[in-house]
Ligand binder design. Structure first.
Ligand code: MF3
Ligand code: CO
Ligand code: CO
Length: 258
């Protein structure tokens, strides 16, 4: 299936959606404190997206998902559902935001650390962010998509961490998830993977575990994904546009220097 190449008009809309997504992550930072519940964080983000940004929180009712954001704490890999759980000292939490503005999606996530945490918690957060940046560095026209995962996987291996295989990055635009699938490890298919072209938009969102790569999905809520060995997991995500020169990070935050 062909990967969609965006027009100049569509790219403008993707830029706006990306910026708004980044703004939500900037906004929520000051609310992430010991004792706050993930449900409270969801409500703050929901109200900000709907009332302030006049945008739509894409996860809400997406394939039956019940909340507006994903909150994944410690050994939760992704798709953690906000609820009554209070954050405690040393926790690490991924906040994943997807918004729709004028029909176009922006999708980004980052890790937050609650107060003083263990060295291993800090380490997995840092390595996962580096994995994202190394993936982004591969992106330019003419390169095969599989090079992204190869570079990320090699870095994770070198650091004795593992990359989740069951979830990947994705094309994004008028749809939340579309072609291509962006794997974050070497799946052996690089040579036959698509060649990147300016105007393509997709996410890179490596999930990195301190232990093994295997994950399981909660039989209770049908969403929450955890590491099988209950080791810590971290994830960072950006929405990327392939440009003539290389790429543009549509969800870049001011705090970042890439
Ligand atoms: N934001 C996630 C991603 O990066 C998808 C969440 S789907 C949901 O692709 F339904 F759990 F919100
Ligand atoms: Co995504
Ligand atoms: Co996301």
């Amino acid at each position: 299936m062909a990967i969609d190449v965006k027009s100049a008009e569509e790219i403008k809309k993707m830029r706006l959606a990306g910026r708004l997504t980044a703004d939500v992550l900037d906004m929520i930072g000051k609310h992430i404190k010991i004792g706050v519940t993930t449900g409270e964080l969801d409500k703050i983000c929901h109200d900000y997206i709907v009332n302030k940004q006049k945008a739509v929180p894409a996860p809400l009712n997406y394939q039956g998902y019940p909340k507006s954001i994903c909150t994944s704490v410690n050994h939760v890999v992704c798709h953690g559902i906000p609820g009554d759980k209070k954050l405690k000292k040393g926790d690490i939490i991924n906040i994943d935001i997807t918004i729709i503005k004028d029909g176009y999606h922006g999708d980004s996530s980052k890790m937050f650390i609650l107060g003083k945490s263990s060295i291993k918690a800090q380490r997995i957060c840092r390595i996962a962010q580096k994995c994202l940046y190394i993936g982004i560095q591969q992106v330019k026209p003419g390169v095969r998509l599989g090079e992204i995962g190869k570079a990320i996987g090699a870095y994770a291996n070198k650091n004795n961490c593992s990359i989740v295989r069951d979830y990947c990055g994705h094309g994004i635009g008028t749809q939340f998830h579309s072609e291509p699938q962006v794997v974050h490890y070497d799946d052996g298919n690089t040579a036959s993977s698509p060649v990147l072209e300016a105007g393509m938009t997709f996410t890179i969102e490596p999930m990195v575990n301190l232990g093994g790569f295997e994950v399981t999905t909660s039989k209770i809520d049908g969403w929450t994904v955890t590491t099988k060995d209950r080791s810590l997991s971290a994830q960072w995500e950006h929405t990327i546009l392939v440009t003539k020169e290389g790429c543009e990070i549509l969800t870049l935050r001011e705090e970042e220097s890439v």
